[in-house]
Design a binder for this molecule. Structure first.
Ligand SMILES: [Zn+2]
Length: 292
């Protein structure tokens, strides 16, 4: 009995530590599903995501675009945020994503049903969305990363735009993290100024990935290298990304803060993030080559 209660105490402690570290028992980050009120970022771009997982609402006179959906459970939060801003889910005409991992697209099937919008993703990401994550080179065999498969209506190539109602999001293929990972750029006019906005898919490396090449992704090293070079050559003002933590949303904004179009202007933050991740990539390449 005493042994059993000790084991229960130990399990309880581990659970408490995991919760304190912001990790739910299933390995997901608790910040992924923690609700967060919507934020007007700049012009027609709003944050309607959870505390950490980005969902961007881009509004236009003829309908709206949603970029990313979070995990499936966040779909209802996204709906609540869109409606809190005074917009209608029925006016969402296009759904798209920075990359096809479950923490950014697992809610896509639910949001597609909710809105009837067309799902438009980069060409290499189509299979990933339609297989519900099973075709991913790293997580394809990891059941906990699967999600409800969803039909892709259209695809775009590198440099093409996702356009609606006078707003164009230019797609930049930034592969490595996934084969079709995409950053989007657009320009927003506000207070007589033009702001260049990036929704960046940064080149982070997932645990278990061999960056010098994997059977399911032989060209991964060249892709990552090309992505870092392309991102270093970008000139941007407003820095946004797939996760709040990547661009410091919670350092730059607290609920209740007044709207300020300059709040998320951070070209240095973008360059620093790219440089930090490129260094991590190059370090990992050296480590892998030394181990071979
Ligand atoms: Zn990912």
């Amino acid at each position: 009995m005493r042994l059993r209660s000790s084991i229960i105490t130990v399990i309880g402690c581990i659970a408490a530590i995991l919760l304190l570290q912001g990790r739910a028992a299933n390995g997901q980050n608790a910040d992924w599903t923690r609700p967060f009120p919507p934020v007007k970022i700049i012009g027609n771009i709003y944050w309607v995501g959870s505390y950490d997982l980005s969902t961007y609402l881009v509004t236009t006179p003829t309908g709206h675009i949603l970029v990313n959906t979070g995990v499936g459970a966040t779909a209802q939060q996204i709906k609540a945020s869109v409606e809190q801003l005074g917009f209608k889910m029925a006016d969402v005409k296009i759904l798209t994503a920075t990359h096809g991992h479950w923490d950014h697209v697992a809610g896509m099937a639910a949001l597609k049903k909710m809105t009837g919008a067309a799902l438009v993703v980069s060409e290499p990401e189509k299979e990933l969305l339609e297989s519900g994550g099973k075709s991913d080179f790293r997580f394809g065999s990891v059941e906990s990363s699967w999600f409800e498969p969803v039909k892709v209506d259209r695809t775009f190539k590198d440099g093409e735009t996702v356009s609606l109602g006078g707003t164009a999001l230019t797609a930049h293929r930034h592969p490595g993290h996934t084969k079709g990972a995409t950053s989007f750029t657009t320009e927003v006019r506000e207070n007589g100024k033009t702001y260049r906005v990036v929704i960046a898919n940064l080149g982070s490396i997932n645990p278990g990935v061999t960056v010098t090449g994997m059977p399911a992704y032989p060209g991964i090293q060249q892709d990552y290298a090309r992505t870092f070079a392309a991102q270093k050559a970008m000139t941007i003002d407003v820095f946004l990304a797939s996760h709040a933590a990547q661009f410091g949303l919670h350092e730059k904004y607290k609920p209740g803060d007044a709207y300020n179009p300059d709040r998320f202007v951070d070209p240095k933050g973008f360059m620093d993030a790219v440089a930090r991740l490129e260094k991590a990539f190059l370090d990992q390449v050296l480590k892998e080559l030394a181990a071979k």
